[in-house]
Design a protein around this ligand. Sequence first.
Ligand code: ATP
Length: 149
Amino acid sequence: KPVQFDRIVQESVNKMQMLAEVKDIILHTEIDSPIPMEADEERLHQLLVTVLDNAVKYTPEGGVVRIICNKLAHSVQLEVEDTGVGIAPDDLPHVFDRFYRGDKARTRQEGGTGLGLAIAKWIVERHGGRIRLESKPLIGTRVYISLPL
Ligand code: ATP
């Protein structure tokens, strides 16, 4: 179905705003508009919320989450970059595995199933796109998502 990707991103950011404010985290957005595409709106919303929730969840107070969304000729490129705890190099290859949770996450009090990124990857691939993560421990994490229009 035809959807406006920029609106889905903006709505997901708005949903996260309150949680970010409580942690004194700034959500910085640069979103091209309009970005019409063929997609499953509900699934894309779930994808965005999962990635944004992780960014806020794994970023300490006072941090910044940058959401950058660029429309190219045939695809949309989304980057979600945080100033969070990062992911150890040993953990990085496993973050898309079902039920995998990093050391830092396992020892946390707050909930989490380790399913979020597995489902996110499934949603991206169902749309013919790609998702990958880059991370530096104690510096932060960047999630790249590319989806065809
Ligand atoms: P949930 O499924 O409830 O989101 P989760 O966050 O533990 O739980 P995933 O979203 O699948 O599960 O993430 C898997 C693991 O990847 C996390 O446990 C965490 O260690 C790591 N991770 C994911 N996103 C980030 C991030 N932005 N910064 C640091 N670590 C991250």
